[in-house]
Every structure is written in structure tokens, then in C-alpha cells.
Design a protein around this ligand. Structure first.
Ligand SMILES: CC(C)(COP(=O)(O)OP(=O)(O)OC[C@H]1O[C@@H](n2cnc3c(N)ncnc32)[C@H](O)[C@@H]1OP(=O)(O)O)[C@@H](O)C(=O)NCCC(=O)NCCSC(=O)CC(=O)O
Length: 359
């Protein structure tokens, strides 16, 4: 059965005979502002690549199974793919950090009352996740105050923690003190190509070497449940030192709908770790990565947003050294509101790369 907190379902409980998606859409339809999910939402590409219109992040990846009070598993809620229990695993063969953070936040959110919302989380990735086995999420209710509640979650595999995540939730509060930076001026999503369209463009280049054709074709085949539109993507074959900054539009693949801010925060946790750490590598084209992994991940949720609508991810890396790199990110809504801030440090082991061209 899907998890619930105090009677409210953070995620649908797929009743017998109905898929999680249809149970999910019935819950969606109950909230007044939701239109029934019958047509593709957003650009045509959203439906062309989705097995159904609901985001697999919600119907599957973030739909944990409650085993006991404050104990959850992702074993039966993830659709089986080639790994058996995890929807998508990066080529590093370690569980995707964003998946573990998003699922840990789902588990924490199940243990707090309906009227408080995630405002921050801080995690350490302490062991690589094993893509061949499911993950258990154990929630520790640290404190429930008048305005704030704090939770600690351990993601566990083979009896050991792979992630420790502290998260804090706050009751809605108004304040006369408010400011934010100004959103960067960039082309809008409908002026840009998706990552897939860019890869197809590169693949049409007759001069591209076979090795890069194979790599790009593998990338195209991955079932990443996130849509991305890079801004000023470097020419794939150019080997130049770039500034340690990148901007791209990002959203969950598929439809999620209004209503459940806790859910959108969990989806944003998943999304925020994708293509984030590589920002620190952009100036160092002359090195090839032998091993890289996120060490930690922090997020601050500032304002309501929709994780299934385009948001601008402004990423920068102010520092790298001692085999580590720091990246910072801001997720902006299209109306200029700063929705989420993120930060992460990663470990890199590199070697000089042969100066072969991609053409
Ligand atoms: C970060 C850690 C590896 C640090 O642990 P340790 O200190 O014990 O490990 P370590 O750094 O000594 O070694 C880690 C691996 O790097 C190799 N290694 C160590 N030193 C090296 C060097 N100088 N040059 C090349 N490789 C080196 C080791 O062989 C080892 O692989 P070997 O194991 O063979 O000895 C661990 O805490 C960890 O795995 N945390 C989880 C990280 C994670 O899963 N992040 C989220 C997903 S990553 C992600 O999301 C990015 C992505 O996938 O895209």
C-alpha cells in the first residue's frame, strides 16, 4: 500500500485493479483546480515520450511502500526496468543521488502533518547505492515545534546507511521581510531544443567519430524522467575551457498537476541532482574523470512551484580543489520567482585525457 501521513495521501494508493496512475489522476481530479488528465500538457514532446501522461516520478519512482510506522521501501513501487527495482540508474552504476534524496524526503514528509511544508534539507551520501536491491527509508521524528518540525531519515541497503538526510518543515507564515535576486535573462524554453533534439542534431554530423556516436546514442536511449533544454550548450566537439557556470530549463517528464507542494519538493529534489555536479568540470576539459560522486546535497525551498513546469536551473561552481568541487544552483520559475536554492560538493578523481577530437 502506498504511504500516507495522518490520513492524507502524499501519493495515491493504487487500489486493486487500477494502476497507480489512474488512482493518482482520481486524487488529482478531486482537487478543484485540476482538469482531468486527458490531453498532453505542455509541448507535444511531453506525451510522445511518456508511456502515460502522468509523470513516472510520481506514479512510480517517488511512490514508496509503507512497511511500518516511519519505515518505507521503494521495492514494489518502482516499475521494473533492467535493474529490477530502480527506474533509471546513471552509467556510474551507483544509484542516482537525486532518487535517494527525493525518496528520503517522501518518507520524511509522510511523518509530518498536512499543513507544514518542507523548507530545507541537508544530506550526506555515505555509501554508493546498489542498483540491484531496493532501499529502505527509516524516519526518526527529531522534534515537532509550534512552527517547525525536524526529521532525520536513513536510506538503508544491505543493513548499512547509504544516505543520511535531515529535513525541516515549517508552518505557512507571513513576514514583511522579503527579497530575492533577479532572475537571469535567458531565452525562453520554447526558443530552445531539448537535450534529445540536440543529441539528434549532433548525431546527424557526418564528421562525428563512431566512438562519440555510440556514446550519444546510449545517452539518447536512457529513460531519464526529466526534460532538459540547455542554454548555450557548448558545441559537443569543442574542447575548450568553459566558465564553471551553466543554465538549463528543466522539468519533470509527464504531468503532476497543482495541489501537492510536498510532492513537488520531492520531485525537485530528484531533478536538482541531475547534471548538477558536472558544472565543476566545465573549465577542466583536459582531464578525464575516473571516478566522481556527490558527497552531500542541500536544498532550500523558498516559494511554491510546479516541478512539471519549466524552471530555469542556474548552476555555478565557485571552487574546486583537493579532489572536490562545490556547485551551487538556483531554480527559477518562469515568472521570475526564486523557488529553490541548492548546493552540493562532489569528489572527483581524474587523469589527463588524450587530446582526441570528437570529429
Ligand atoms: C565518496 C566515497 C566514495 C568516499 O568513500 P571512501 O573515502 O571510502 O572512498 P575513496 O574515495 O577512497 O575511493 C572511492 C573510489 O574511488 C577510487 N579512488 C580513490 N582514490 C582514487 C584516486 N586517487 N584515483 C582514482 N580513483 C580513486 C577508489 O578505488 C574507490 O573505488 P573502490 O570502491 O573500487 O575502492 C563514499 O563515501 C561513497 O561512495 N559515497 C556515496 C557517493 C554517492 O553515491 N553519491 C550519489 C550518487 S553519485 C551521483 O549521483 C553522480 C552520478 O552518478 O552521476
Amino acid at each position: 500500500m502506498a504511504a500516507s501521513s495522518g490520513g492524507k495521501k502524499l501519493l495515491p494508493e493504487p487500489s486493486k485493479g487500477t494502476s497507480a496512475a489512474s488512482a493518482h489522476s482520481s486524487i488529482l481530479r478531486k482537487s478543484s483546480s485540476e482538469k482531468p488528465v486527458t490531453e498532453a500538457t505542455g509541448s507535444g514532446s511531453k506525451s510522445s515520450r511518456n508511456e502515460d501522461l502522468h509523470s513516472v516520478l510520481v506514479t512510480s519512482v517517488l511512490n514508496l511502500e509503507r512497511l511500518d510506522l516511519d519505515l518505507y521501501s521503494n521495492e514494489h513501487s518502482n516499475r521494473c526496468t533492467f535493474t529490477g527495482t530502480h527506474h533509471w540508474v546513471p552509467r556510474s552504476r551507483m544509484l542516482f543521488g537525486g532518487q535517494i534524496v527525493g525518496q528520503a524526503l517522501v518518507a520524511a514528509a509522510m511523518s509530518v502533518s498536512e499543513n507544514i511544508y518542507a523548507h530545507s534539507l541537508h544530506c550526506y551520501f555515505v555509501r554508493a547505492g546498489d542498483p540491484k536491491v531496493p532501499v529502505l527509508y527509516q524516519v526518526d521524528r527529531i522534534r515537532d515545534g509550534k512552527s517547525f518540525s525536524v526529521r532525520s531519515v536513513k536510506a538503508i541497503q544491505h543493513g548499512n546507511p547509504i544516505l543520511i538526510c535531515q529535513s525541516s518543515f515549517q508552518r505557512k507564515m507571513e513576514s514583511p521581510i522579503h527579497h530575492q535576486f533577479t532572475m537571469p535573462v535567458v531565452p525562453s524554453p520554447n526558443e530552445l531544443l531539448t537535450q534529445e533534439e540536440l543529441i539528434q542534431k549532433y548525431l546527424r554530423d557526418p564528421a562525428l567519430t563512431e566512438k562519440y556516436k555510440v556514446g550519444l546514442t546510449k545517452l539518447l536511449a536512457e529513460e531519464v524522467p526529466i526534460e532538459i533544454k540547455p542554454i548555450n550548450p557548448p558545441e559537443y566537439y569543442r574542447r575548450v575551457a568553459l566558465e564553471s557556470k551553466q543554465h538549463f530549463w528543466v522539468r519533470a517528464r509527464g504531468y503532476i498537476g497543482e495541489g501537492n507542494m510536498k510532492l513537488h519538493c520531492c520531485v525537485a529534489a530528484y531533478i536538482s541532482d541531475y547534471s548538477f555536479l558536472r558544472t565543476a568540470l566545465l573549465p577542466h576539459f583536459q582531464y578525464k574523470v575516473k571516478f566522481m560522486a556527490s558527497l552531500d546535497h542541500s536544498m532550500w525551498f523558498h516559494a511554491p512551484f510546479r516541478s512539471d513546469e519549466w524552471m530555469l536551473y542556474e548552476c555555478e561552481s565557485p571552487w574546486a580543489g583537493s579532489c572536490r568541487g562545490l556547485v551551487q544552483g538556483r531554480l527559477w520559475k518562469q515568472d521570475g520567482v526564486l523557488a529553490v536554492s541548492c548546493a552540493q560538493e562532489g569528489v572527483f578523481y581524474v587523469k589527463p585525457s588524450a587530446a582526441e577530437s570528437k570529429l
